[in-house]
Design a protein around this ligand. Structure first.
Ligand SMILES: Cc1cc2nc3c(=O)[nH]c(=O)nc-3n(C[C@H](O)[C@H](O)[C@H](O)COP(=O)(O)OP(=O)(O)OC[C@H]3O[C@@H](n4cnc5c(N)ncnc54)[C@H](O)[C@@H]3O)c2cc1C
Length: 523
């Protein structure tokens, strides 16, 4: 193994791999060092319950990756290495306690009819929004893919102002500042539709009343309607295997089971890394750390810039996630209707008020009495993940505290995840059972992954925070991870931060890694 590379990358998450592939394409030699036994970080797939049942450990929905700038550049190469996407025509729905349901599919007439059953006025509004979406998307996607640098921001503002004039630009600014509840209540009258869309904010830490969160329910609603969802054929890890193969084909290396203990630097310049076993690797041009910002100080021992180090130490995390992987004899029999069996995600998130309460409880360190449940049904669209006629369920319990101080329901006394995981999983399964009687009897095998277990597997998921840091406005856009450093630079020359903790943030869109590689390679 060569112990000297142009770029040494810490961690083999998909952002690292996107960065590595682009740098290798530009002629850099790249070595990626990963503490886990396999690459992928939060994008992995395995038989976590029973043989033949393939579960996505964390990310399941690869729409962000499929639509990313990285995929546009490298999609053909990844396809040649076996990456296939499975299109999903029915991305998401919600089941409600009153026995009704509402879903969004790529069949616009079907979606509109579903909404009209709750509110004809909302159905009209939905159609108007869907019609306007391509024009809005042009600006919003440009913003979300732009480096947060003065020239990119001013060119975004200039294009927006030219297209919309001052009034239109200010309307967009107002929308970007809105909370999910403010936008949903202003736009729709049906509480069912508001809850169906508001659930998307809970995939990040945008509970209904958090400023800046309206964007996510809006984008998921409109993109779900326009494009559906995308899964990886055979599992989300298909994208990782293809990226690793592409990197290796270009001479890059991925070394697993190699925890990086230190970033080597002197005189304000990074020169390499030291692994936990004491061995050293030299970086001629860049050390790139895909770590949670809060972990950077531990690796550098301090950059010499107290302001920066303080911001890294103060980086805030969102509440955690608990995952339940279920091997199933059959899909849940949804009480609200058989039709729910045909959606990729079924949200059990009955109202904005309940979501707000769940978030407040999790933030206060309490196990929520009624967490939001995201029931992923990937085998509906990709039966290759389970034996014939069988299914896997990917259940997210949102949100739970990383550190437990108590139980909002007053039933679970354990404050240690090792003891609390089972009763909390039982609570989640009871909620599933309420919406789909008999679901429990169909479970053939299960794996509970607590927030603590998520973090033990991947230290970037601090407290089980699935997006490596809150995306609230004070820590997003040009403030992610800190003002002046949203391009991944640090006060140490040649040391860069990447990953979900850096703009444009969490998810499988590969933005932080690809933007950094473009910056380093001069595009
Ligand atoms: C449960 C869950 C569900 C999710 N669902 C979705 C979804 O459906 N769709 C979606 O778009 N996004 C989803 N996300 C978010 C998305 O998966 C992540 O934001 C994204 O994968 C992060 O990628 P990354 O490259 O930034 O880092 P990560 O994937 O977190 O990888 C970082 C890697 O660095 C390694 N590492 C850290 N420190 C060191 C060290 N010192 N030495 C060596 N290695 C180190 C870690 O082991 C890890 O492998 C989900 C996340 C989770 C946790």
């Amino acid at each position: 193994m060569a112990q000297e590379f142009d770029a040494v990358i810490i961690g083999a998450g998909h952002n690292s791999l996107a960065c590595a592939v682009h740098l290798a394409t530009r002629g850099w030699s790249v070595g990626v060092f990963e503490q886990a036994a396999e690459p992928g970080g939060a994008v992995r797939t395995g038989e976590y319950t029973l043989p033949g049942f393939r579960h996505d450990w964390a990310a399941m929905n690869l729409s962000l990756f499929a639509g990313s700038g990285f995929s546009k550049n490298y999609g053909a190469a990844l396809a040649a290495h076996g990456l296939e996407f499975v299109p999903v025509s029915k991305p998401f729905a919600s089941a409600f306690p009153d026995g009704r349901w509402l879903g969004v599919s790529t069949d616009a007439a079907e979606t509109v009819a579903g909404i009209a059953a709750y509110s004809p006025r909302d159905a009209e509004t939905w159609q108007a929004l869907a019609q306007a979406f391509p024009g809005e998307a042009e600006h919003l996607f440009a913003l979300l893919a732009a480096p947060m640098k003065a020239h990119a921001i001013s060119s975004f503002l200039w294009r927006l102002w030219r297209a919309r004039k001052a009034g239109g630009a200010l309307d967009m600014a107002r929308f970007l500042a809105m909370s999910p509840r403010a936008w949903l209540e202003e736009t729709f009258e049906s509480p069912h539709l508001r809850a169906t869309l508001g659930a998307w904010g809970m995939h990040l830490d945008f509970a209904p009343d958090i400023a800046g969160g309206a964007l996510f329910p809006y984008l998921e609603a409109m993109a779900g309607q326009a494009f559906g969802m995308v899964l990886g054929k055979g599992g989300a890890d298909a994208m990782i295997r293809a990226m690793v193969a592409e990197l290796q084909a270009r001479g890059g290396q991925v070394v697993c089971g190699a925890r990086v203990a230190r970033v080597l630097h002197a005189g304000g310049k990074a020169s390499g890394i030291e692994l936990a076993d004491g061995s050293r690797v030299t970086a001629r041009r860049a050390v790139i750390a895909n770590v949670a910002p809060g972990a950077l100080n531990g690796l550098t021992g301090g950059t010499g810039n107290a302001g920066f180090d303080g911001r890294m130490a103060a980086f805030r995390h969102a509440p955690g996630t608990m995952m339940l992987h279920l091997a199933m004899d059959g899909l849940p029999d949804w009480a609200a209707g058989e039709a729910l069996k045909s959606f990729a995600y079924v949200h059990l998130a009955p109202s904005l008020d309940q979501m707000a309460r769940t978030y407040a409880q999790a933030k206060a360190g309490l196990l929520p009495d009624e967490p939001v449940i995201v029931v992923g049904q990937p085998t509906v669209f990709d039966p290759s993940r389970a034996p014939d006629g069988k299914h896997v369920l990917w259940m997210q319990v949102r949100m739970v505290p990383g550190v437990i101080l108590g139980d909002a329901a007053g039933q679970i006394s354990a404050t240690d995840w090792a003891q609390a995981a089972e009763p909390m999983a039982d609570r989640a399964l009871s909620i599933l059972e309420r919406y789909a009687p008999g679901a429990r009897d169909r479970i053939l095998g299960q794996r509970i992954v607590s927030p603590a277990a998520l973090e033990a597997d991947n230290p970037n998921l601090v407290g089980g925070d699935q997006v490596c840091g809150s995306h609230h406005l004070s820590q997003h856009f040009l403030f992610r991870p800190a003002r002046g450093y949203s391009d991944g630079s640090t006060p140490i020359a040649g040391l860069y931060l990447t990953g979900a903790g850096v703009w444009p943030g969490g998810g499988t869109g590969a933005g932080p890694g690809f933007l950094l590689a473009q910056k380093l390679a001069g595009k």
